[in-house]
Design a protein around this ligand. Structure first.
Ligand SMILES: [Zn+2]
Ligand SMILES: [Zn+2]
Length: 225
C-alpha cells in the first residue's frame, strides 16, 4: 500500500468521498449509508445489475428491490453500485497510467491531444468504516485532492523515475522511459520534483570517465538540465 496515504483520522475531517450508489460527494463517515431510492410505479432497473429489465409480477412487487432473471439465476443479491469504479479509483489518470505501463505510444498520443502534462494523482485516505478500504478524496469545493508526497510517483515525470528501478525491465524498456521523460519535458513537465525523487531514490549518478551512458545517467542528465 502506498506510503503517501494517511489514515482518515489524521485529516481535518473536511474531506469528501464519492457515494458508490448515488454519485454524490459526502463527508467520509457518511458514506455507505445511502438508502435505496424508492421507485414510483413499476421498477425499471434491476437492483443487482442496474440493467433495464422487465420483471415478473412477483419481482415487480418488490419495487426498487426487483431483480432481473439473470441476477436471480446467478443468486446476485447485492445492490448495484453505478459509481463504484469512480468511488474506488477516483478521477481517471490516463497519462500517469500510460507512463506506469511504459506505453510510449499512448503517452505520445495523449500529449499530442493536449492532456495536462503534470497530471497529479488523486489522494486516497483509509476509510475502513465504509467497507471500501481506500477512498479517493475531494475537497469541500468538489475538486479531487492532489496527492502531495515528494517520495511517491504522483506525477507522470515522477512515475518515470519510479519505474526505472523495476528489476523486471531490460535496458531497452528503461530507454523507452527516458524517451517518455524527454517528451514530458518537451511538453512542459516540471523537472525539479522528479530530480529530487531521483536523488532520494538512487543518489546522483557518478559515472567514471569512459563509462557508457545508461538509462539512469540519461534520465538524470535530462532532469538536471
Ligand atoms: Zn448516496
Ligand atoms: Zn440484474
Amino acid at each position: 500500500m502506498s506510503e503517501g496515504t494517511v489514515d482518515v483520522d489524521e485529516t481535518d475531517g473536511a474531506l469528501l468521498g464519492l457515494c458508490e450508489y448515488c454519485g454524490e460527494l459526502k463527508v467520509l463517515d457518511q458514506l455507505g449509508r445511502c438508502s435505496t431510492p424508492e421507485v414510483e410505479g413499476s421498477p425499471v432497473h434491476c437492483y443487482s445489475c442496474g440493467e433495464p429489465s422487465e420483471f415478473s409480477s412477483s419481482q415487480a412487487r418488490k419495487g426498487s428491490h426487483a431483480r432481473c432473471d439473470a441476477c436471480i439465476a446467478a443468486r446476485r443479491t447485492q445492490r448495484f453500485k453505478p459509481f463504484e469504479q469512480l468511488a474506488r479509483h477516483g478521477e481517471p489518470a490516463s497519462l500517469l497510467q500510460a507512463v506506469e505501463e511504459i506505453n510510449e505510444e499512448l503517452v505520445m498520443t495523449l500529449l499530442e491531444e493536449g492532456i495536462e502534462v503534470d497530471q497529479v494523482r488523486q489522494r486516497k485516505v483509509r476509510a475502513d468504516s465504509t467497507g471500501l478500504i481506500w477512498r479517493p478524496v475531494y475537497s469541500s469545493d468538489g475538486r479531487p485532492v492532489p496527492e502531495e508526497d515528494p517520495y511517491q510517483p504522483t506525477t507522470p515525470l515522477k512515475m518515470v523515475v519510479f519505474r526505472l528501478s523495476d528489476c523486471m525491465l531490460d535496458e531497452a524498456a528503461r530507454m523507452r522511459l527516458v524517451k517518455i521523460a524527454q517528451a514530458l519535458l518537451e511538453h512542459g513537465a516540471p523537472r525539479e520534483s522528479a530530480r529530487l525523487l531521483f536523488e532520494s531514490r538512487y543518489g546522483p549518478p557518478e559515472p567514471e570517465p569512459g563509462d557508457e551512458m545508461n538509462a539512469y545517467t540519461h534520465l538524470y542528465t535530462l532532469l538536471s538540465a
